[in-house]
Ligand binder design. Sequence first.
Ligand SMILES: O=C(O)CCC(=O)C(=O)O
Ligand SMILES: [Fe+2]
Length: 335
Amino acid sequence: MSLVGSAAVLDGAFDSIPVIDIGDTFTPERKAALAHEIRNACMNVGFFYVTGHGIPQETIDNLLAVMEVYFSLPLETKMKLFHREFGSSCRGYAPLLDSNVDPANRGDLHEAFAAGLEELLPKENDEKGANDSGMAGANVWPSEPAGFREACLNYCHAATGVGKLLFRLFALALDLPETYFEDKSKNSATVMRTIHYPPQTGPISDDIVGVGAHSDAQCFTMLWQQPGIQALQVLNSKKQWIDATPIPGTLVINIGDQLARWTNDIFRSTVHRATSNTGVPRYSVPLFFGTDYHVPIEAIPSCVSADRPPKYESITAGDYLHKRLQEAYGSTRPS
Ligand SMILES: O=C(O)CCC(=O)C(=O)O
Ligand SMILES: [Fe+2]
């Protein structure tokens, strides 16, 4: 069935999130079968877990270990890299209640540290800062704990490899050449956020939650979430919150608003939130994958028909992201 035809029958009334093994992409047949599974997940749910992603457990364990130490540092130490000093929420430290993605919320009850992809051995002339424009710029790194930068970058490099594979599978899922997104995401605006949610107890309140109901702004997100702690929930078309229970060894992938725009909403950018009242801290690590700053986001022809005309105006990825970050960080009411 055509993409537009399939979209008409899938209604987003899911009650579970599919698990897809991406470990075997060695033959064109296997890739095509995987792309089909991914297409269904993106059209009906907008979320799926992946197994077989190949990120070594040691890389994840090392990252969690440095995150725990980093977030336990005194606030004034972390505030030395306050992201508002650099004018980019994609770099540096964001304290509790700094962002607010849901206007009905009082602020997002988490603190985070953000960085982009860079080589482990810093280059003398880093082209990234020059090329990424407002989306990124050079990273900033805390001087403690030792090994923080290496642990973050090791994870970021491994996860970016998975992201590149997913971009290829998304292209196949959209009946496009496998490399469709490759030249559009060369200098990709990958942003990694390490997040700490402090312990919250009592009933879940919509007034102050870990991260309020939102959809993600970039093309797609790859999330590592701490095993054993339920927090992430995904909204279906019946307005029910479906738990995205952590499954050890998996990553959670979700479509963001830019890919929804590319696909004329055939791929769903599904609203989600994270909140936990377990009384223990929680850590998670989303990586947001986008295209390069000047790439125009406009409906892919296979996602358009006479019955489904383009829903969105063309906008560059950079301008779009800039607007969304203003909304999330500009409307913060810190108390
Ligand atoms: O921490 C989580 O489980 C989700 C985080 C999230 O949705 C985000 O950062 O966009
Ligand atoms: Fe999100």
